[in-house]
Design a protein around this ligand. Structure first.
Ligand SMILES: C[S@@+](CC[C@H](N)C(=O)[O-])C[C@H]1O[C@@H](n2cnc3c(N)ncnc32)[C@H](O)[C@@H]1O
Length: 282
């Protein structure tokens, strides 16, 4: 098994068992460590050498500056999804809402709702709550195992997470009916791989298939979200979806056909089409 960045992985694993960050590891390179830490390190290395992704071995990963707990019940949050979150936050700002950390002394008042559908680890919902001080943030998933991980991450995060509401269900069916027509922005990184599409072994063999595979075409979840969102968004609301670059054209056409007033595609940090922005009002 080839490891892309062995030096960083070694540092992270040592940090996981010793609690020493990289600077401490350098400054205390001669320090003795306990037998327990050595045994633990051996166990983590054995797991890693089977091909298990480093994120699951560590049980933690960083997303938008937040340290999240991750295990095999959830997709590992990706850097390209951070760009999707950035577009969603920009969209909330465009719609006239405040962006920035909440004042810890006055926090707690929410006056609009946003949602992260298919929240997995809770990554997008937590990043939205962190950046949008006046938002009530809904986090949903159809997979109860994933929601356990999301709840653990929400419980472990600071005061912004108290504005997150968790709901279980298939896409918009997770919501109480009174929320129909109320969401300012809905974000989702849905499954968008087609059945039979080839994936790296580290992804295919380890990450949850209901987080990856959408159906025969790969566009099934995107189509469902584009269709249903028209009912659940506010009249000026926006749907922000992650997709694969080759889906951008078809998904944009779908959105226009469904009546979204303005449809944009934005690129990830590698310059590939990654985010679909579908606005009900231009
Ligand atoms: C690609 S993962 C995204 C996880 C997380 N939002 C992220 O970006 O890292 C897709 C998530 O959608 C959930 N999901 C799949 N089908 C769903 C459905 N029909 N309704 C609700 N959630 C679904 C999966 O359980 C999974 O957690």
């Amino acid at each position: 098994m080839a490891v892309h960045d062995p030096a960083s992985e070694a540092r992270w694993l040592i940090e996981a068992v010793s609690g020493m960050d990289f600077t401490e590891q350098v400054l205390e390179a001669d320090a003795l460590v306990s037998q327990r830490a050595v045994t633990q390190l051996d166990e983590l290395l054995a797991r890693r050498s089977t091909g298990e992704p480093i994120q699951y071995v560590l049980g933690a990963w960083n997303f938008c500056g937040l340290d999240l707990f991750v295990d095999r019940r959830v997709l590992i949050p990706r850097p390209e999804t951070e760009t999707v979150v950035a577009h969603a936050i920009a969209e909330v700002q465009r719609l006239g809402e405040r962006v920035g950390r909440a004042d810890p002394w006055t926090g707690g008042v929410t006056h609009y709702a946003v949602a992260d559908l298919g929240t997995g680890s809770g990554a997008i919902a937590l990043a939205l709550a962190d950046a949008l001080p006046d938002a009530e943030v809904w986090a949903t998933d159809a997979n109860e195992d994933a929601l356990h991980v999301a709840r653990a991450n929400i419980a472990a995060t600071g005061s912004s997470a108290t504005r997150i509401r968790v709901a279980s269900g298939v896409w918009f069916a997770a919501f109480p009916d009174e929320l129909r027509g109320s969401f300012l922005v809905v974000v989702s990184n849905p499954p968008y791989i087609a059945h039979g599409e080839e994936l790296p072994a580290a992804v295919h063999d380890w990450e949850p298939h209901d987080a990856l595979f959408a159906g025969p075409t790969g566009l099934e979840a995107i189509a469902a979200l584009l269709t249903e969102a028209t009912d659940w968004l506010d009249a000026a609301g926006t749907l922000v979806l992650e997709l694969a670059p080759h889906q951008a054209l078809t998904a944009s056409q779908m959105a226009r056909t469904l009546g979204y007033a303005e449809v944009l595609v934005r690129q990830d940090l590698a310059g590939r089409d990654r985010t679909l922005i579908a606005r009900k009002r231009a």
